[in-house]
Design a protein around this ligand. Sequence first.
Ligand code: PLP
Length: 373
Amino acid sequence: MSAAPAIPFFNYPAMFKRDEDKIMSVLRDVLGRGAFILQKDLEEFEGNLRDYLGVKYAFGVADGTNALILGLKAAGIGPGDEVIVPSHTYIASAASIHLVGAKPVLAEMSPDHMLDPFSVESKITDRTAAIMPVQLNGRTCDMDALQTIADQNDLLIVEDAAQGLGSKFKGKCAGTFGAFGTFSFYPAKVLGSFGDGGAIVTNDDRIAREVSLLRDHGRDETGRVIAWGTNSRLDNVQAAVLLHKFKTYDKDVERRREIAGKYDNALSGINDITLPPGPDGDPRHFDVYQNYEIEAGRRDALRQFLTDNGVGTLIQWGGTAVHMHHELGFVESMPVTDKFFERCFMLPMHTALSDSEVDRICDLIHGFYRQAG
Ligand SMILES: *Cc1c(COP(=O)(O)O)cnc(C)c1O
């Protein structure tokens, strides 16, 4: 239809090109020092994470999934335990629970897309050991409601904040509410590395000690093996890249919030569409917009129209919530989450996106509904 340049859903090459010189000098420096495993760049990055989040300990680990597995192990969760987790999350959240020998128990989502406290309450049994809020799409759950339930039932809170670095609820950062919190630096995450990466943060001395041993073969500061451990370290090269990118993190988050605000303004009048909470919608929440996930009644036709006009969109996790993975033994029905997955998809959201591209996406969506009636 038009000759306007395509707007891909995500644009790794453009993100690299914008910062190529600085990134190459970071890489040249690290490679020139031969600093690959558990080196000063990682230590410095961990320090920055601690300061940024206001937390006592931070450990870089292999990826966000390993962060969850190590955290759960360190918190003593294992066989016989149940952990309540939303079905509206990536399979990794539930898989980590399964992989430490515990049982993931799935709960429904609220209208703001987050774990529903009422559903959580209905899933508690005498085996429940923890609640795993997932700080999804760059938003933090209503942690007051979840903390109240945890306190009343003597449960741990363990946070999957893979999508929530810098997101806050009542001024407190995602990842810092419970026994531990985890982050992912998968390339498409708000803070993305050039491969896999993750981190685990905690204020708990015992959990911190366990994680430090678990991630490095059970070795203490002197190199002596004093416990069973595995290999799950954030590569120092990735840490150096993340350290560099972290310098502009607040600016990057501001830009994402600006783009979310533009989407919110331009699309809020369309009846067929349900938008995520806007950047200034609720003073308790500070969202970092890992994703801009909307719902549309005529989703598939709208997505096709956008594709035909050069705009890439994506349905998160290939359109599957956790409970839809019947091969893994899930049998429960989750009507709220099912309904959501018939309607949800994500618009482009990243810092290489220009204002005119956002305008064009919004114009196209308006055009679709004008044409479709
Ligand atoms: C990305 C992600 C993970 C897993 O992180 P990896 O670094 O890819 O292992 C876990 N949970 C959620 C919600 C995620 O989005």
